[in-house]
Design a protein around this ligand. Structure first.
Ligand SMILES: Cc1ncc(COP(=O)(O)O)c(C=O)c1O
Length: 478
């Protein structure tokens, strides 16, 4: 099979091997963007490959030059392409890297000190309690329940989750509007498809944010990055955008770590009502809040406009692949249609085992224990950072499984990437802002997880970090 890369590299006037359809019911802009993104994400347009000039591509496809320019500019803003005056666009390294990462699990055997963000301590997975719960379910579940069930998931778990979310997160939920999904990942894909089915095309996303956008892009949604700061998403920027819906992490912005402030919450709800829009609230780690009482879910303020998403990935283990959506009444029909098209949901027996764990009170006890464990690790990390790198600001420490370290002002994107790479070579796994955004403004940041870091990993990891950051700053100021 010929790859895009080969075609482009061997041709002096490269063509992209596709045509656009005028009767497809999808705009030409959207078709071109989707085709290019597919090629970039699949890796068939590899880093370094030159794309046709706007003039050449417009002529090849029979569209206007501004249309091509628009699509190139958007892909450049998202970090996929590099545009230079007078030169043909070049594929940036990030597209290829992300494609490779999406296809295979990144190797982890070189990690000595695991300070990656958002990683729960899977070594604490309550194996005995889970076994007990599975045994209970197998002992009680009638044979008739072992067939294909309700696509929304087990009514046993949906009922338990409705009560749990109401009690713990202030979510207004009815079991009939709860959908059990294969983690947040499936919830996001399902929501994206439902948004598209409702005519939504432009989606506001936090910048920086969780960076796995394949399902969103595949659903045909165009992302509009909206800046975030310590108080969450910038609602002025959202107001000024043409977005019709939004994905948000109000309880603990990922990855910066801010909590969406009360006034911004109110304004976001007004925005949703004014535009008749929807928001997907990713409440991925709200159970882990250490210093103050948890902030209630956004969904509680606007249950008719907010799709609430929760997951067991942080509280128990990602391997369970269990998550849930609470869907506004107005979106239930669309969601059911989407569900019928492509999902049978996670295993029924596991769903009921989770229900058993929650109902028996074990889940709450487990969370209390994990909260204490994570708080101790967080405190140790903060203390160690304050001593090893005094003067550097730590953000987003009130909740979750990681803190954000603001790097010194002299550090630019390239130095930040060099620091993360140097840490990796010394066996310290961390992530930097560039992992989550190539366009976010503001200071460079490192995200340091403590979820699965032992005391010695924290101590030694921070020592290595301090050494590398100081060396980078010294190099710059020479
Ligand atoms: C921001 C964010 N949301 C959600 C999730 C959970 O995803 P899932 O439930 O698919 O494991 C993660 C996991 O890393 C995350 O970082």
């Amino acid at each position: 099979m010929t790859s895009y890369g080969q075609i482009l590299l061997t041709s002096s006037a490269p063509d992209l091997p596709f045509a656009l359809e005028r009767t497809a019911g999808e705009s030409l802009t959207s078709q071109l963007r989707r085709r290019l993104l597919d090629a970039l994400r699949s890796g068939s347009l590899r880093a370094g490959v030159q794309l046709p000039s706007t003039r050449a591509l417009a002529a090849q496809l029979g569209v206007s030059r501004p249309l091509v320019l628009d699509v190139y500019a958007q892909l450049a803003a998202e970090g996929y392409l590099i545009l230079r005056r007078g030169a043909r666009p070049v594929v940036a390294a990030v597209g290829a890297t992300m494609a490779a990462e999406a296809q295979i699990a990144p190797p982890t055997d070189h990690i000595r000190f695991d300070l990656r963000p958002a990683m729960p301590d899977v070594g604490q997975f309550p194996r005995k309690a889970w076994l007990r719960a599975i045994r209970n379910v197998l002992g009680e579940l009638p044979a008739g329940e072992l067939g294909y069930g309700d696509l929304r998931g087990s009514i046993v778990l949906r009922t338990v989750i409705a009560d749990y979310l109401g009690r713990v997160r202030g979510v207004i939920a009815d079991p009939s509007r709860i959908y059990i999904t294969s983690g947040f990942a499936e919830g996001r894909a399902l929501t994206s498809a439902a948004f598209h089915a409702r005519g939504i095309r432009r989606l506001a996303v936090e910048n920086p944010s969780y960076s796995d956008w394949i399902a969103v892009d595949k659903a045909g949604l165009t992302r509009i990055p909206i800046p975030v700061d310590e108080r969450g998403m910038d609602i002025d920027a959202l107001d000024a955008s043409s977005a019709q819906a939004a994905f948000v992490t109000p309880s603990h912005q990922f990855p910066i770590g801010g909590v969406l402030s009360a006034d911004r919450r109110q304004r976001l709800v007004c925005w949703l009502r004014d535009r008749n829009g929807f928001a997907l609230e990713d409440d991925y780690d709200a159970e882990f809040r250490y210093d103050q009482a948890p902030v209630g879910a956004l969904q509680g303020l606007a249950p008719d406009r907010v799709i609430y998403a929760g997951t067991a990935s942080k509280t128990l283990a990602p391997a369970l692949r269990l998550g849930w959506l609470v869907v506004p009444p107005d979106l239930v029909g669309t969601m059911n249609d989407e569900l019928r098209r492509w999902s049978e949901g996670p295993p029924r027996i596991d769903q009921d085992a989770l229900a058993d764990l929650i109902e028996s009170g074990f889940y709450d006890r487990h969370l209390r224990r994990m909260r204490r464990l994570y708080r101790d690790r967080r405190d140790r990390l903060i203390d160690r950072l304050a001593r090893a790198l005094p003067g550097l600001e730590i953000e987003g420490a009130a909740a979750g499984l990681h803190v954000t370290l603001r790097l010194p002002a002299a550090i630019d994107e390239a130095s930040e990437m060099a620091i993360v790479a140097a840490l990796g070579r010394r066996g310290v796994a961390t992530e930097g802002l560039s992992r989550y955004s190539r366009t976010a403004a503001g200071p460079r940041r490192l995200f340091l997880g403590y979820g699965r870091a032992s005391d010695s990993a924290i101590d030694q990891g921070v020592d290595v970090l301090a050494e590398i950051v100081e060396a980078a700053v010294a190099r710059i100021s020479r």
